[in-house]
Design a protein around this ligand. Structure first.
Ligand code: DGJ
Length: 688
């Protein structure tokens, strides 16, 4: 149930989702002020809360608690909106114009009291979800510089203390979950990369230092944007916390001419009363139901050639790998980098998107046909936003890359960034992408992006900093047009591993390449961080060789599979070197994966004690237990969650029957024998 109500005398709006309420009001000066974000309230209760809010700020010099802070007057916090008019005047003086409700969407329209500038604050709630989506639209009636235009500001109720949960990392160490104390002051969570980045996720969760996995209040928000961003968390000395966030990092200026509009990405907020587990499950349901492209939950089981071959690929070797992959039950065979142009290493060929004539003399058609004859779909790697200087594309269009006059064009991985803010670049990308996936009947495309922006300019442009917005929008446009042309295509978002994982790209990509670190033990921590916000079906997870090429750690085939089977399983090892025994294990585990996949990709996820994770549907449950280290191994039983206490469940592999109530209160036995580093238990509810 979702309801938006308005109390005209109190000038208050109340948004009610199935489990939460959100309220704000206009004060006597038309300034929107936050009232409530938390447990469900009636309209009368929300009005009473608003009436009790102090009219004056306790500190006396900063109103605080604003729904969307602007500059002007005695405001000294981080503004959500900063503008500067041509005559140097700054700030926004609120005048309320109107409000409208359309379905689950509420729009409040404001204008500046004297200047020609309008601002719409938008809210949207969706059936069956507790998320509140917010975004802003700025319309200029006169020329104005926009120094900050956040999507939304989010205010928490006063608490004694606050903690922020977020993910940090780098290449090979993405999605490392941290829970840090929020200091009094301002803490900035940002990307200046032009892409989402591996160093930090575009989301955060705040609690009052009292939430745990299954209890306690958690307030969270995720920005649907794949470019630079800034989220500023503010904690004041009076016990209040809030954050404001949106696209762009500090120092950028966007110019609006009279009549021009700038719309922010959506910043989605969520209140959950049931801990980090409840928060994650609500995000998973929202991402699955409202963000991801509509398609069946189950993701295809892919083979990807990268870790097996890197740049050293040939048609013969790919055919051999395809034969072995098909023998294991793989569903899509993906040729990674180095199939095109003069790309035999990372120094040349990027941008020349035709099959390398030395490696594929007849093109990719014969390989794609063989892959299909083996019963698999054909997949390809691309990196459309990047170009090697040593390429025909760059030689023909040196002006297509991000650059600034007189500045060195810095290279990273021997490549530049193509400026997708340019229409001609987007048209070029759409043309070759649609042609390639159509001609080869490509079923799965891995879209990579291996470098951040540098010298991010567009010589001659009147509004050069716009590239930070328009590049990302350009990428979205190309992805959208590609999907429209090939609706069946699966898209995987990758940026040197998990560097582009956000709700913006996930409304056009089906999954994320989570990390180039495929070491199973490291992956448990990486997957734990990924799953805080994103569901298992979006989490690409390959089984690769042992010892691992990244960490040199040797692990059993069974353990590697179990870790990857908790996400969207793929295989990325050099199957030519796998022993007969490992290939037999792989065939068996792939068969088991296909039986549990509807539960992992379509069920509800619970994180259990002892590094265990569980997926539950009405009739089935799948539990993964990971205990690779003797130092952390426990003899305690792992209690299950989300089961029917009155039902009985049968273990699909051993036939053992367990009572739901017993599994919920006493759990499964610990891992035995001790040489097992992981266990997978598949339970099915028995009919009454
Ligand atoms: C970075 C990706 O993360 C890898 O999986 C692989 O696709 C390489 N790029 C190819 O250059």
């Amino acid at each position: 149930m979702r309801v938006i109500t308005h109390h005209s005398a109190a000038r208050l709006w109340l948004l009610c989702t199935p489990g939460t309420s959100y309220a704000f009001r206009l004060d006597a000066d038309d300034v929107p002020r936050h009232v409530h974000w938390g447990r469900p309230l009636s309209l009368e209760q929300a009005v009473a809360v608003a009436a009790d809010l102090p009219a004056e700020d306790p500190g006396g010099d900063d109103p605080g608690g604003e729904e969307y802070a602007v500059e002007g007057g005695l405001r000294f916090g981080a503004p959500s909106l900063t503008v500067r008019f041509a005559d140097g005047v700054r700030g926004f003086a609120w005048r309320f114009v109107s409000h409208s409700v359309e379905g689950g969407r509420l729009t409040l329209s404001f204008t500046d009291r004297v200047r020609c500038l309008s601002l719409d604050l938008n809210y949207r709630i969706r059936d069956g979800h507790d998320q509140i989506e917010r975004w802003a639209v700025l319309t200029a009636g006169e020329q104005v510089d926009v120094l900050r235009l956040d999507s939304a500001a989010w205010t928490l109720p006063a608490r004694d203390d606050y903690r922020v949960s977020h993910v940090v990392g780098e290449w090979g160490r993405e999605f490392q979950l941290r829970r840090d104390h929020v200091p009094v002051g301002e803490s900035v969570f940002t990307s200046r990369l032009g892409i989402t980045g591996q160093h930090a996720g575009p989301w955060l969760m705040l609690d009052a230092q009292d939430a745990a996995e299954e209890h306690g209040e958690v307030w969270s928000a995720a920005l649907a944007w794949s470019g630079s961003r800034r989220i500023t968390v503010r904690r004041d000395p009076y016990g209040r916390a809030s954050w404001t966030g949106g696209f762009g990092h500090e120092g950028l200026v966007w110019k609006l001419a009279a009549g021009e509009q700038l719309e922010t990405p959506v910043f989605t907020g969520l209140y959950a009363p049931d801990g980090f587990g409840g928060t994650s499950r609500r995000w998973h349901a929202f991402v699955e139901g409202e963000v991801l492209p509509a398609r069946p939950a189950e993701r295809p089981l892919i083979f990807n050639s990268w870790e097996a071959t890197e740049f050293d690929i040939s048609e013969k070797q790919q055919r051999e790998l395809a034969g072995l992959a098909a023998g294991l039950g793989v569903e899509v065979f993906v040729v990674d980098d180095a199939w095109f142009g003069a790309r035999t290493g990372d120094a040349a060929g990027l941008g020349d998107w035709w099959p390398n004539p030395d490696r594929f003399p007849q093109g990719l058609g014969p390989l794609a046909d063989q892959v299909r004859a083996l019963g698999m779909g054909f997949g390809l790697w691309v990196e459309p936003e990047a170009v090697n200087p040593d390429s025909d594309l760059f030689r023909g269009h040196p002006d297509w890359v991000l650059s600034q006059d007189g500045r060195t064009r810095t290279q990273r991985r021997n490549q530049h960034v193509l400026n997708f803010a340019r229409r001609d670049v987007r048209e070029w990308a759409v043309e070759w992408l649609v042609r390639t996936v159509t001609e080869l009947d490509v079923a799965f495309l891995k879209w990579d992006m291996n470098r951040p922006f540098s010298e991010a300019g567009q010589p001659g442009a009147t509004d050069p900093d716009r590239v930070w917005i328009e590049h990302t929008r350009g990428v979205y446009e190309v992805m959208d047009r590609l999907r429209a042309a090939r609706p069946g295509l699966y898209l995987e978002s990758c940026a040197g591993g998990g560097g582009r994982a956000d709700l913006g790209v996930l409304s056009r990509a089906d999954q994320i390449w989570t990390s180039d670190n495929t070491d199973a033990a490291d992956r448990v921590a990486i997957q734990h961080g990924h799953g805080q916000l994103l569901p298992a079906r979006t989490m690409g997870a390959w089984v690769t060789d042992s010892p691992n090429s990244h960490t040199a750690r040797a692990t059993s085939i069974r353990y590697r599979f179990h870790v990857s089977m908790a996400g969207a399983l793929g295989i990325g090892g050099d199957l030519r070197n796998w022993s007969e025994e490992d290939l037999a294990w792989a065939r068996m585990l792939v068969g088991q994966y296909k039986r549990i996949r509807p539960v992992v990709h379509g069920g509800v996820q619970y994180r259990l004690d002892h590094d265990a994770v569980q997926y539950v549907t009405r009739d089935e449950a799948v539990v993964f237990q990971f205990q690779p280290s003797a130092l952390t191994r426990t003899t305690a039983r792992t209690r299950l969650k989300g089961l029917d206490p009155d039902a009985r469940y049968q273990d699909e592999d051993t036939g053992a029957v367990h009572e739901g109530a017993v599994l919920l209160s006493h759990g499964l036995p610990p891992l035995l024998p001790f040489d097992r580093t992981s266990e997978l238990v598949h339970l099915r509810r028995l009919p009454r």
